[in-house]
Design a protein around this ligand. Sequence first.
Ligand code: GLY
Length: 277
Amino acid sequence: MNATNKAWEVLKSGGNALDAVEQGVRVEEADETNETVGKGGRPDRDGNVTLDACIMDKDGNCGSVVCMENIVHPISVARKVMEETPHIILAGKGAEKFAYEQGFKKEDLLTESTKKQYEEWLKKSEYETTINIENHDTIGMLAIDEKGDMAGACTTSGMAYKVAGRVGDSPIIGAGLFIDNEVGGATATGVGEEVIRTVGSFLIVELMRQGKSPQEACEEGVKRIMKKNEGRKDFQIGFLAINKNGETGGYCVHPGFTYREYSENGHENRKVTSFYE
Ligand code: GLY
């Protein structure tokens, strides 16, 4: 809610969709109590917090950082990659070095709370990829501005206690996020490996191009993933989509995924339907 409040404020004051999504998700990156995004995100199994983020604008320009440490706002570094370099993705130490060159400050991303949890986790060092609202989430945000232009942003600390160097779907254009200003946008949360295997967000935008509503497209996206994982119930994925007319939709594997929708008509949390009830 805090993130979408901020994004709406930017749009209402005449800001464009790109500014809105960047400013919106920054709220969660800075929130230390959100243990799946930005500062306060849970670390990998070596105890290092590594962040992934990407951003995409109306013209198909995009920027991304993967596995970056010590910077609170990976989404803003991703935007700098998009605007200040001829590249799209910067990784690890290179991304961090670039961030310092752009004026970002070095900061310890581990908090007292996530440090304690990590020390507790180390006792058994059990690694499960199961993702639910308690142990993982990502923030993906899609916006349309006054001019009808779209943008999207996606940012995460990834799976808690992941193998060092692991990168999920969130910073991968087409997987964790995709925008096509003629059609619509989509973003994903959940087990990134499964989203990447289906190039989920791109798939959903293409399904909308073929005439599906955002809801139908998200349902088809999850069904494609489940077809490759017949009978598997041990993971969660959620998709969220918006089309050019501002219609939205969402669908997930297990119940429990909601999204916040803002428009001139007000704002509300929308509970999405799921593959398994
Ligand atoms: N969807 C976020 C991740 O898998 O890291």
